[in-house]
Design a protein. Structure first.
Length: 373
């Protein structure tokens, strides 16, 4: 059997010669198993040397086929008859995602189209099943927030890259292992949002800033990284003892857990909290008041999300991801890709969150104290 490098060179030569080659033809030509061919093709595609398509492989860059040139003419006046039938797969239709969905729906409706929604529960196999169901339903454009970690996530992304309909990733990017995967993406720079919160607190004189979360999600990871990187870049004291996970606000045993977290933060010298998300921030403020701590006089608080932060007592300073705009932008990118599937370059657009100043930070840092609940 030929070495993997020799097989891959032959695959490249065949694709250069023919333009597009079926996997079955490569199996016959190389005299190896279909599994071996798929593995070689995956390696080449991950390196950006070929592009996988349904049942075959082609060059990553090619001119438009005659039917594609003709198809572009049909949309010369902005008509989107079929392509505006858009499918959307998100991990949940609850926390965070409703505003994103609403933004996408508004953009699709403005184009005279229809959005069909499915949820997948942060599972790569379910992502694929839901996407397949939408394709069977007849959607012509896809917005997907897929699982993008681990081998299953990478395989899912590779498969999405082979689909013949436009695919735009929402709040997800391909991992470094897939540097040339040609999928559009619209994301929020969550780590920068954490940096906005930390920097605002530093301008008010705070030096020990705790990070508290009740959720495990890609957003949480990005916020934690942004908090850690900003603390380090500003030369603040280390964050040991300042990162805490708490149960959701209102869940069983939440009061004892929040009291313990506040106690730990105060003992570590924290004078400010950066909390993901609003409900947990409200719960922490409630427990702080219960134990005689004043917000913001004794403890400053910034929340991430700004869904209900303005209704807190006091109203919470918040970092607000532009969820509605993100959904609308993703849909607009997908519809634009549908009108120009070949010559439009890959777009990776990132929105910055916005810092909304309210009453929970006050005008300066309190004197650090070791007392508390």
């Amino acid at each position: 059997m030929a070495l993997a490098s020799e097989r891959q060179e032959l695959i490249l030569a065949t694709v250069r010669e023919r333009g597009t080659v079926r996997l079955a033809d490569l199996v016959e030509r190389l005299g190896v198993t279909a599994v071996t061919v798929r593995r070689d093709v995956t390696t080449l595609a991950d390196r950006g040397l070929v592009r996988r398509v349904h049942g075959g492989v082609t060059l990553p860059y090619r001119g438009p086929a005659p039917d594609e040139r003709a198809g572009r003419g049909a949309f010369a006046h902005g008509r989107l008859p079929d392509q505006a039938f858009v499918g959307m797969v998100v991990p949940t239709v609850e926390y965070y995602w409703p505003a994103v969905i609403q933004g996408a729906q508004s953009a699709v409706a403005a184009a005279g189209g229809r959005l069909v929604l499915r949820a997948s529960a942060y599972d790569a196999a379910e992502d694929r099943r839901q996407v397949t169901g939408l394709l069977d339903r007849g959607v012509r454009t896809l917005l997907v927030a897929p699982t993008n970690t681990g081998e299953t996530g990478q395989d899912l992304l590779r498969w999405l890259g082979t689909l013949t309909v436009p695919v735009v990733l929402v709040e997800r990017l391909p991992p470094p292992e897939l540097p040339t995967l040609p999928l559009d993406a619209a994301t929020t720079e969550h780590s920068l949002g954490a940096g906005l919160a930390v920097r605002h607190l530093v301008t008010l004189g705070h030096r020990r800033i705790a990070f508290i979360t009740a959720r495990f999600s890609p957003t949480t990871r990005a916020l934690r990284e942004g908090w850690q990187e900003t603390v380090a870049s500003l030369g603040l004291p280390g964050h040991e003892g300042l990162a805490h996970d708490v149960p959701p606000y209102g869940s069983r045993g939440w009061t004892d857990a929040y009291d313990a977290t506040l106690r730990s933060c105060r003992e570590a010298g924290a004078t400010a909290l950066f909390v993901h998300s609003d409900s947990e921030a409200i719960g922490l403020v409630e427990r702080a008041h219960e134990h005689g701590l004043s917000v913001p006089d004794d403890l400053a608080v910034i929340t991430y999300d700004d869904e209900v932060a303005a209704a807190a007592d006091p109203p919470l300073t918040a970092v607000r991801p532009q969820k509605h705009r993100l959904g609308a932008l993703a849909a607009e990118m997908a519809l634009a890709r549908a009108t120009d599937p070949v010559e439009r370059p890959v777009h990776r657009v990132q929105l910055w969150p916005t810092l909304i100043i309210r009453g929970s930070c006050g005008g300066g840092a309190p004197v650090p104290a070791k007392t508390g609940p």
